[in-house]
Design a protein around this ligand. Structure first.
Ligand code: UDX
Ligand code: ADP
Length: 459
């Protein structure tokens, strides 16, 4: 067996699954195995209905599964057989002890390192794919070298930059692939081995080779700066609502400055997803740890503005619906943290629905892909809510519609028909600014966009 052509990925989640599917498809001479402790997840990866929704993923998996892409719970065998091991287990924010609420919880990651030590029979290259705090590679290196079998491991940082909903496209055409390695000769060789995998489809000039620490930090900084743009535009959206400025016009004017650029300036109810908040808090924790409270406070503000934007959205709803939503049916369109994914991790919808349930609103929630996750997120939440699989039923007899995810299909609904079925006065709070506000107003809705003047028939 040529172990150098055997890749194992530990962790079959949003990162591990799509990444390995693309590697398997692009590198037919490699055998790629994805292993996870979660039996149900592995069963789903081996079935018709994959455990995650991602455009293009299902077709890709079907093409290579059983040929050179395999899903298994047999982690021990996977480790024994592979020469290259990607680690993409979850690293959520710690909820307990030192660093709670900010630092990364590394228990799953450390268990993986220990499993590699336990089952490895020869030296391997281990690649960190999960988002990890700075110097995690060093810690991984230490754990791996605590083995008493005389084995040597090279640890590489290869952070993931793909975004959900476009993961397959992002993997196929990445802006860059970042590979950070140790300076030793074997470290350099390991970096080359990993670069050669990506070079099957990524131009060499886009494969960036750095030291380990730069690679780890770049991932945190990229996410922090992307989130910072959203918080910047969201903070200005609040100012626009107080004046006659329109945030879409402002974002366009600002984004046309080629030094700023137009992307990631879409105002919203707030950013969600498994990475942004976690990575910023990680950065904040690191800065505090290294005695840089000013730098920590600077980045923490990005998260605070996001919380402010979510709270502001709810306050706006309550205030404009005559200061009470108690007992009123409100239709929530969209629960996923962004369009084209069923993922709801850190979705603003979770916080917004919880706040509205505290205000005793009756919620009906519709999302084309995320209702299973919504059910899980709201499992222990008190209050009256139902999950509805049809947007028209969802809106029927409601007082207001909230747009919380920018799904395309929300733009195509028959709002005339929806208006007829609603209680009056009928409200739309467009938390993503995706609908045609003028048209809705003409139908009869009272329309509340984010970051521009409301359009209301109320005196
Ligand atoms: C992010 C990074 O983009 C990706 O590089 C990294 O690997 C993982 O984290 P992801 O969280 O999947 O990806 O989605 P992204 O497209 O970045 O959106 C994150 C959140 O920001 C979503 O809630 C989205 O709706 C919101 N957003 C994005 C805005 O509110 N406005 C924008 O202009 C862009
Ligand atoms: P991400 O978005 O980072 O991919 P996910 O939560 O989607 O995060 O996926 C992480 C996966 O890692 C989960 O399927 C989880 O079961 C798996 N996992 C966690 N700990 C271990 C472990 N010790 N061994 C194998 N898999 C693990």
């Amino acid at each position: 067996m040529n172990k150098g052509k055997n890749i194992l990925c530990i962790g079959a989640g949003y990162v591990g699954g799509p990444t390995m599917a693309v590697i398997a498809a692009k590198c037919p001479e490699y055998s790629v195995t994805v292993a996870d402790i979660d039996e149900n997840r592995i069963k789903a990866w081996n079935s018709e209905k994959l455990p995650i929704y991602e455009p293009g993923l299902s077709e890709l998996v079907k093409k290579v599964r059983g040929k050179n892409l395999f899903f298994t719970t047999d982690i021990a065998k996977g480790i024994k057989d592979a020469g290259i091991i990607f680690v993409s287990v979850n690293t959520p924010t710690k909820t307990f002890g030192e660093g709670a609420g900010k630092a990364a919880d590394l228990q799953y990651w450390e268990k993986t390192a220990r499993a590699i030590v336990e089952h490895a029979e020869d030296s391997k290259i281990v690649i960190e794919k999960s988002t990890l705090p700075l110097r995690a590679a060093e810690a991984m290196h230490r754990i791996l070298h605590s083995n008493t079998k005389g084995l040597d491991f090279d640890v590489i940082s290869n952070p993931e930059f793909m975004a959900e909903g476009t993961a397959i496209d992002d993997m196929h055409n990445p802006d860059r692939v970042l590979i950070g390695g140790m300076e030793s000769p074997s470290g350099k060789k390991a970096v080359k081995t990993i670069a050669d995998i990506y070079a099957h489809w990524v131009p060499r000039e886009k494969i960036l080779l750095t030291n380990v620490w730069s690679s780890e930090l770049s991932k945190l900084v990229a996410n922090a700066m992307l989130a910072q743009r959203i918080s910047s535009i969201n903070s200005i959206s609040a100012l626009c609502e107080k004046t006659d400025a329109d945030i879409t016009e402002v974002a366009k004017a600002v984004g046309m400055d080629s030094r700023i650029g137009p992307k990631f300036l879409r105002t919203s109810v707030g950013f969600g997803g498994s990475c942004f908040k976690k990575d910023i808090l990680n950065l904040v924790y690191l800065c505090e740890y290294y005695g840089l409270p000013e730098v920590a406070a600077y980045w923490e503000q990005v998260v605070k503005i996001n919380d402010f934007q979510e709270r502001r959205f709810v306050k706006n709803i309550v205030r404009n619906m005559f200061n009470t939503v108690a007992g009123k049916k409100i239709a929530v369109f969209g629960f996923a943290f962004k369009a084209d994914t069923g993922d709801t991790r850190e979705s603003p919808a979770i916080y917004i629905t919880k706040m509205l349930l505290e205000e005793r609103a009756d919620l009906a929630i519709y999302d084309p892909e995320a209702l299973d996750n919504a059910a899980r997120d709201l499992k222990d939440v008190k209050g009256k809510f139902e999950l509805v699989t049809d947007p028209y039923k969802c809106a029927k007899k409601s007082h207001a519609i909230l747009i919380l995810t920018e799904w395309d299909e929300f733009k195509k609904l028959d709002y005339g028909k929806i208006y007829e079925s609603m209680e009056k006065p009928a409200f739309v709070f467009d938390g993503r600014n995706i609908l045609n506000h003028r048209e809705l107003f003409e139908i009869g809705f009272n329309v509340f966009p984010i970051g521009s003047t409301k359009m209301t028939h109320l005196k």
